[in-house]
Design a protein. Structure first.
Length: 163
């Protein structure tokens, strides 16, 4: 029984490692309402994700070295290799990219199209508008809620659009 449980651990590590990376994105819920506790958990996970990614990878490598000679089949060994691949990818992502900070990258002046050419915005979709001295621009709320801030320039004046 203990041997079977130990054989499952590398697979569980791979699942938790990948899931943990994306959990902070799910908690931030860029296109839904956000709660204070979700934001706090997302930033907590984001601050620990590098350490956890490396810890899961280290533990996974140690387990694979231990389990490899005791592997019941070739299929299980292939599974161990796949787990290691997921653990390596998750560790690299967690060390190089923080999904919670990527959510707040500002947009610097977008590319504009006429309303009739705006195929990426549905007719019923909400937009935020900015009108200054006869010039007007609109931003889909989905885009602004993801980035939270847009640096804009209308005429000679700089503006910041936020949501």
């Amino acid at each position: 029984m203990k041997k079977r449980l130990l054989q499952l651990v590398p697979f569980l590590l791979a699942i938790f490692s990948v899931a943990g990376y994306y959990l902070s994105l799910t908690l931030l819920a860029p296109f839904r309402s956000q709660t204070q506790s979700h934001i706090e958990w997302a930033y907590f996970l984001g601050s620990w994700q590098g350490f956890l990614g490396v810890a899961f990878l280290t533990l996974g490598v140690m387990l694979v070295f231990y389990l490899w000679p005791r592997s019941p089949s070739v299929v299980y060994r292939i599974g161990l290799v796949v787990c290691l691949c997921f653990l390596v990818a998750s560790a690299i992502l967690s060390l190089n990219e923080n999904p919670t900070s990527r959510m707040f990258e500002r947009l610097n002046g977008g590319q504009y199209v006429e309303v009739s050419e705006a195929e990426h915005v549905a007719d019923e979709e909400m937009v935020m508008g900015l009108a200054v001295d006869g010039q007007a621009v609109a931003y889909p709320v989905k885009m602004v809620s993801y980035h939270h801030i847009i640096n804009e320039r209308l005429g000679d004046e700089p503006y910041v659009v936020t949501y």
